[in-house]
Write a new protein. Structure first.
Length: 265
């Protein structure tokens, strides 16, 4: 693979690179335990993509080795990622624009191991999670009650467009770090589900990949080779989708790679 040049040709070639690498990843057979992870009576055309993303993050949580082309390993962003310093730089600190409050019921969608690494005990907010990685789900459900059995309310295995919770259950919903793995069409369904489970006046905090940021294209290439294709959707498209969902932007904050939004329906 020839890494794309800088300038206008880079953006043209980036799409080709992402499509080729995604096609190769699609052709690889995932471990059988993940093949039917989301196949059910509520199966949708998103199942294959959800399974691939779950597989990619299960491998990372289990500290498996990723085999990447030499050209990708030579990228500065890969060296930062493999050294463990990059995730802290790009993580979205959702509490800076919507800190969970005492006794609020909060839903963390795509939560990873959030309850173990963020100060939920200091916030004294009730934590509910939903996650497509069964490794992250099992880890949290095993260790969360040991950390604080009162605040930790458990993690469900499931996708963001099919939330396993009752209507008007939450004061705050959070979804950071995964919107870029899906096209806007999928996020329209997520916004509708979040609206359903939020209490009147509740807030939703999520982040999007800003394709105009200098690191966006390199990160998209890296993530696609790690097993999760990235969509470089324009910010204007996201804001149009937010408005179409009946949500109003309350606050937004830009980061090195992601842009956070706090919205209210």
């Amino acid at each position: 693979m020839a890494y794309p040049p800088t300038g206008g040709d880079r953006k043209t070639n980036l799409t080709t690179i992402l499509r080729k690498s995604s096609k190769n990843l699609m052709s690889k057979k995932s471990d059988s335990q993940f093949q039917n992870l989301f196949t059910s009576a509520k199966s949708s055309n998103w199942d294959e993509r959800l399974g691939q993303i779950a597989y990619r993050f299960n491998r990372e949580y289990q500290r498996e080795t990723f085999e990447l082309p030499t050209e990708v390993q030579a990228m500065p962003i890969f060296r930062e990622w493999i050294g463990g310093s990059f995730s802290g730089r790009i993580a979205s600190p959702f509490w800076e624009i919507a800190q969970p409050q005492k006794n609020q019921h909060c839903l963390d969608i795509g939560c990873g191991i959030s309850f173990l690494i963020y100060p939920w005990r200091d916030w004294q907010a009730f934590f509910h999670g939903q996650e497509i990685s069964n490794v992250a789900r099992d880890t949290l459900n095993s260790r969360g009650p040991q950390l604080n059995s009162k605040l930790f309310k458990g993690v469900e295995l499931g996708a963001a467009h099919q939330l396993n919770y009752s209507p008007e259950q939450f004061d705050l919903a959070i979804a950071t770090g995964f919107s870029c793995y899906f096209p806007l069409e999928y996020w329209n369904a997520v916004l509708a589900e979040v609206k359903r489970v939020l209490k009147p006046g509740g807030h939703f905090v999520f982040d999007i990949l800003n394709p105009e940021q200098p690191l966006a294209e390199d990160w998209a290439v890296l993530e696609t080779y790690l097993g999760a294709e990235v969509f470089l959707e324009p910010v204007a498209g996201w804001e149009k989708a937010i408005k179409a969902a009946g949500a109003k932007i309350v606050t937004q904050k830009s980061g090195e790679l992601f842009q956070m939004y706090k919205v209210r329906f």
